[in-house]
Design a protein around this ligand. Structure first.
Ligand code: FES
Ligand code: FES
Length: 148
């Protein structure tokens, strides 16, 4: 089937087979490898994207279900002006080690800062509760985001 939707501000159409996940469609059909596949079970948050204004695990969404939707992936977070403030803050704080979790954390943080003007430390922790990082211990990531 053909799926047509808004991806990072551009309309895209692509052919997918039934039961393909949004994550697979992004990575394998649309050439966007930023969303990572660490568990494919909705447990790690590495595949996080914003779908019609909601933070979701793209491994749990069927590609066919995004017909007509608006999807933002990590590739759509920065703009011509440069990195998004959450990206810069995490980078500046040294919150990236292997980087596998980073795209999901960036998308989750962008979603939070889009919704909440001045999130508290607890807001940030809650927003990132679904994102597993095996390297950093979260301290640098949280310090970076709390600095915004
Ligand atoms: S790959 Fe989707 S939550 Fe882990
Ligand atoms: S930086 Fe390696 S999993 Fe987070």
């Amino acid at each position: 089937m053909i799926v047509t939707f808004d991806l990072n501000g551009e309309s895209v159409s692509t052919r997918v087979v039934l039961a393909t996940s949004l994550l697979s469609m992004l990575r394998d059909e649309l050439g966007l490898p930023g969303s990572k596949n660490a568990c494919e079970e909705g447990e790690c948050g590495s595949c996080s994207v914003i779908l019609d204004g909601e933070l979701v695990c793209s491994c749990l969404v069927m590609a066919a279900d995004v017909e007509g939707s608006v999807v933002t992936t990590v590739e759509g977070v920065a703009d011509e002006a440069g990195l998004h403030p959450v990206q810069q803050a995490i980078l500046d704080a040294g919150g990236v080690q292997c980087g596998f979790c980073t795209p999901g954390i960036v998308v989750a943080a962008k979603d939070l800062f889009d919704r909440v003007d001045s999130p508290t430390a607890d807001d940030i922790k809650e927003a990132l509760a679904g994102n597993i990082c095996r390297c950093t211990g979260y301290g640098a990531i949280l310090r970076g985001l709390e600095s915004l």
